[in-house]
Design a protein around this ligand. Structure first.
Ligand SMILES: Cc1cc2nc3c(=O)[nH]c(=O)nc-3n(C[C@H](O)[C@H](O)[C@H](O)COP(=O)(O)O)c2cc1C
Length: 168
C-alpha cells in the first residue's frame, strides 16, 4: 500500500502514546544514504503560526549528521507495531552497522520524495526552523541534568515545520 498525502490537521494523533509509548523513527538522508534512529522524546504543536514537530537528538547519534545535512527529515510512526525493529534501531548505530536498516527488517519507502518506511502508518515531513542545545544552566533544578546527562551529552533540540504528512 502506497503512502497517501493527508492534511496534518486531520491526522489522528495521540502524541503522548504515539511518541512516548509507541516510539518513532527520525530519518535523514545524506550523500544518497539513509539513516534512522528510534526516538521516544519529542512533541508536536504550533509555533510561529506553523504546525511543528520538536525532536531531541544527542550529539553522538549518527542520524544527527543526516538531520544536519538537509533542510528536511522525516518522523515515522508505526502504531505500536514493529517494536522489536524499533528497539534494534534504537540501540544500533549506523556508524558501526552501515546496513542497520536492512538488518532491522524494515524497508525504506519514499513518502513524497522523503525517506520513510514501508511499514510506517504515518509520516511527517519536517523542515528545520530552529535548533539549540539543552543548556545545563537553564534547568530550574538539577534533577533532570543529573539523571539524564551524566556524560554531559546534551540533546540538540530541533523545531521543524511539518510541511507534508502521509498515511497508509
Ligand atoms: C525507545 C528509545 C527511545 C530513544 N529516544 C531517543 C531520543 O529521543 N533522542 C536520542 O538522541 N536518542 C534516542 N534513543 C537512542 C537512539 O535511537 C540510539 O542511540 C540509536 O542507536 C542511534 O542510532 P544512530 O547512531 O545510527 O543515529 C532512543 C532509543 C530507544 C530504544
Amino acid at each position: 500500500m502506497a503512502f497517501e498525502k493527508t492534511d496534518v490537521k486531520t491526522m489522528e494523533m495521540k502524541p503522548f502514546e504515539k511518541i512516548g509509548s509507541e516510539w518513532m523513527l527520525i530519518t535523514g538522508e545524506k550523500d544518497g544514504k539513509v539513516n534512522t534512529m528510534t526516538a521516544s522524546w519529542g512533541g508536536v504543536g504550533v509555533l510561529w503560526g506553523k504546525n511543528v514537530a520538536t525532536v531531541y537528538i544527542r550529539p553522538q547519534r549518527y542520524t544527527k549528521e543526516f538531520v544536519d545535512e538537509n533542510d528536511t527529515f522525516t518522523i515515522s510512526f508505526f502504531d505500536g507495531n514493529h517494536m522489536k525493529e524499533l528497539g534494534y534501531l534504537g540501540k544500533t548505530s549506523g556508524r558501526q552497522v552501515p546496513d542497520k536498516i536492512d538488518q532491522s527488517g524494515l524497508h525504506v519507502e519514499m513518502a513524497g520524495g522523503h525517506a520513510s518506511f514501508e511499514e510506517a502508518s504515518q509520516v511527517l515531513v519536517c523542515k528545520k526552523l530552529y535548533s539549540d542545545t539543552i543548556k545545563p544552566e537553564n534547568f530550574y533544578n538539577n534533577e533532570e541534568d543529573t539523571k539524564w546527562y551524566p556524560e554531559k551529552d546534551y540533546h540538540v533540540m530541533y523545531i521543524a515545520e511539518i510541511v507534508e504528512a502521509y498515511q497508509k
